[in-house]
Write a protein that binds this ligand. Structure first.
Ligand code: MF3
Ligand code: CO
Ligand code: CO
Length: 264
């Protein structure tokens, strides 16, 4: 999502962060699990020759068979179930019957479900066929930056610790961190407070407390961090045309640390 400025600048009063009770967390655990199951199902069909529209149909069928609803379809008039973004496309790629996956592509699939009124949201980037070592490194570093961020999502830590974990690891590996999109709280709405930038200062920002559910989603570029939106109004691409990667997990902050709700 686009970062909310008040969260970054810290001048405007922020809307409150909605903490989830144990019973809400139980529902969100199921929502997260369903999103993860759909992502896994779609990723198993990902291969050269399939269209992104076919993948989208698999996603919608799987969501329905799990008894959930597609979260993105109709969200701000988004026209599909999944966001499928290829190579230099970062996020919000619209599935299309004319878009055929090719050998050597890297493909980010982002999936959202609504289960009993609560959102599940998860994403991952996959290689199709043969990719270069440098491209594999981009995928690995992005995935690992998410794990490092998750390790910071504990009571007593602060939002900036999550942001810094992503930024430091990505930049130390020679990549750049997208500024224009960030992670978010999640619950009864897809995008809740707080905004979770993938860049920031350690030991800054709000303190994390049990009951927060955070969608942490590093978006990392091989070239510079600038991105732009295509004429379809949705597809976000790197400005320099170089590759990018995106992973997302929903993480509940608990008394003991955290629980990743979208890991299966
Ligand atoms: N899944 C995106 C996120 O992680 C939001 C997609 S909204 C859509 O925040 F409308 F593009 F589907
Ligand atoms: Co998402
Ligand atoms: Co998200």
């Amino acid at each position: 999502m686009k970062p909310s400025k008040d969260n970054i600048i810290g001048k405007v009063p922020r809307p409150p962060i909605e903490l989830k009770s144990a019973s809400e967390l139980a529902v969100m655990r199921a929502a997260g699990r369903k999103a993860a199951e759909v992502l896994q199902k779609v990723s198993k069909s990902l291969r050269a020759g399939i269209t992104t529209k076919q993948l989208d149909e698999i996603a919608l069928n799987e969501i329905r068979s799990l008894g959930a609803k597609p979260a993105f379809l109709g969200y701000r008039d988004y026209p599909a179930t999944a966001c499928i973004s290829i190579n230099n496309e970062l996020v919000h790629g619209i599935p299309s019957s004319s878009r055929v996956i090719k050998d050597g592509d890297i493909v980010s699939i982002d999936l959202g479900v609504i289960h009993e009124g609560y959102y599940g949201d998860t994403a991952a980037t996959y290689a199709v066929g043969n990719i270069s070592q440098e491209t594999q490194k981009l995928i690995n570093v992005t995935r690992e930056s998410l794990e490092l961020a998750i390790a910071q999502a504990k009571p007593g830590k602060r939002l900036g610790d999550i942001s810094w974990a992503v930024q430091a690891y990505a930049e130390n590996n020679g990549f750049s961190v997208v500024r224009d999109y960030c992670g978010h709280g999640v619950g009864r709405r897809l995008h809740e407070e707080p905004s979770i930038p993938n860049f920031g200062k350690p030991n800054s920002g709000i303190r994390l407390i049990p009951g927060m559910v955070l969608a942490i989603e590093p978006m990392i570029n091989q070239g510079n961090y600038d991105v732009k939106t295509l004429g379809d109004g949705w597809t976000v691409v790197t400005e320099d045309g170089k590759l990018c990667a995106h992973f997302e997990h929903m993480v509940a902050v608990t008394e003991d640390g955290n629980e990743v709700l979208t890991r299966i």
